[in-house]
Design a protein around this ligand. Structure first.
Ligand SMILES: [Zn+2]
Length: 74
């Protein structure tokens, strides 16, 4: 094995490792984004706290004071 072939194998292996790790990081970020996309954000008018709940509900009680708030619209 010449030095140029050895160098080509090392560079190819490094690029393969970088590509696989980039795909893994991208999948992890997509999962965290999908989790956020399935939640609704609420702002409590009584105690001024911000909280989230599962998507699909228009109003949720505040976990701190129990006041029922409607979801924020962006
Ligand atoms: Zn509250």
């Amino acid at each position: 094995m010449t030095i140029s072939v050895f160098f080509a194998v090392v560079v190819s292996a490094a690029m393969l490792i970088l590509g696989v790790s980039a795909v893994a990081v991208s999948r992890r970020q997509r999962k965290s984004y999908e989790f956020l996309a399935r939640t609704e954000t609420f702002h409590c008018l009584r105690c001024d706290s911000v909280y989230t709940a599962a998507a699909g509900s228009d109003s949720q009680p505040c976990p701190k004071c129990g006041y029922k708030n409607s979801k924020l619209k962006f």
